[in-house]
Design a protein. Structure first.
Length: 365
């Protein structure tokens, strides 16, 4: 019998999120071993040893429900960020926060602003709640905040700004963010998605949390999935106005962050030495990868993240050839790739494989 239950029409057109190809699947498909995954912007060093020890210590407690109020982690974040505890919201990854914030403010037909070539969850959030996506072109592969300002209308209810931007790795200086907030109506929720903030070097980037004091419609989101290496545990957090957080607490599912994730995030936050080790490695490999691509005549985008975005002819074909060499990257349409920085060995493996593939391809195009 065919399925006949009527579903909401706006859900039918949604394209599911396509995750990066798992290493195990690639190795099984191609019959290879020791594949390298540089597709999902994961931390190549993994979490701190303190995190692993904390997880082992807490395994015996998984028969118990988590602390629904996440008291310990929120206290730790409050101290770490110098914000009040009633300004903090936690999610099953920052993805959940993006979806729930959209659910909180969107009615059918409301406009949602976000950049072209940005995080794929933004249009998904708009579609889920029958919002109207309004896509703003990038300028030099960077958010064009003047264009964002011009695009705001009385129908605009939600703005997503990915900073640094995924997939391009570019960033918007703090002054440009504040200039936009000054002209943005206070009834419009502005979500500043800072998933990669710990990797940023540019000093003009920092200070967004202080803006919340003057702009009650600003929410800053961050995650433990990237620099802290907890992608598999799914825990993200946001900072915003207490009134917004109060409604968020009513909207989220009870126990939306599991007990192991809560404990691991608290442990990760306390290990600044491991974080610095991750950041330093990324800085070195980001430079190594950038210079390696430049030596082939390519122009990779100057990145402030743990990945490199670059245009290249026949990107889909190169992606497939890299797979056969055991290197997983992320294709970004027909003419661009995004590659995560890895360990020294992983980065060198990518550059070697890419050079073997691209050098003859360059002659053809």
């Amino acid at each position: 019998m065919s399925f006949q239950v009527p579903l909401r029409k706006n859900l039918i057109a949604i394209q599911p999120y396509v995750p990066g190809k798992p290493i195990e699947e690639l190795e099984r498909e191609l019959g290879i071993k020791n594949a390298t995954k540089l597709a999902s912007n994961e931390n190549p060093l993994g979490p701190a040893r303190k995190v692993i020890e904390t997880l082992q210590k807490n395994l015996s407690q998984i028969s118990r429900y988590p602390d629904g109020a996440a008291h310990n982690l929120i206290q730790a974040l409050s101290k770490h960020l110098s914000v009040n505890t009633n300004q903090i919201m936690l999610g099953h990854g920052s993805n959940e926060l993006l979806i729930l914030l959209a659910e909180m403010v969107l009615n059918p037909g409301d406009e949602v602003l976000f950049a072209d070539k940005s995080f794929v969850v933004y249009p998904l959030a708009a579609q889920l709640f029958e919002g109207k996506s309004k896509v703003i072109p990038l300028k030099d592969l960077t958010h064009d905040m003047a264009a964002f300002a011009n695009a705001v209308t009385p129908k605009t209810k939600l703005v997503f700004i990915c900073n640094p931007n995924n997939p391009t790795g570019t960033f918007v200086p703090l002054l440009a963010i504040e200039a936009f907030l000054k002209i943005c109506p206070p009834q419009v929720l502005v979500v500043l998605d800072e998933a990669y903030c710990e990797y940023v070097d540019e000093k003009t980037y920092f200070g967004s949390l202080k803006l919340i004091e003057d702009y009650s419609n600003l929410v800053v989101l961050r995650t433990f999935s990237k620099v802290y290496g907890l992608a598999g545990l799914r825990v993200g957090y946001g900072v915003g106005h207490p009134d917004l957080v109060l409604v968020f607490q009513k909207t989220r599912q009870p126990f939306n962050v599991n007990s192991l994730a809560l404990a691991a995030a608290e442990a990760a936050l306390s290990d600044s030495a491991h974080l610095e080790k991750v950041v330093q490695l990324n800085r070195q490999m980001r430079h190594k990868m950038t210079e390696g691509l430049k030596s082939l005549g390519l122009q990779p985008v100057l990145s402030q993240t743990n990945f490199i975005y670059f245009n290249v002819p026949q990107a889909q074909d190169i992606y497939q050839q890299l797979l056969r060499k055991g290197v997983i990257v992320r294709p970004m349409g027909p003419d661009a790739l995004r590659v995560t920085t890895g360990t020294i060995e992983e980065t060198e493996k990518f550059l070697k494989a890419f050079t073997e593939i691209y050098s003859p391809a360059r002659v053809k195009v």
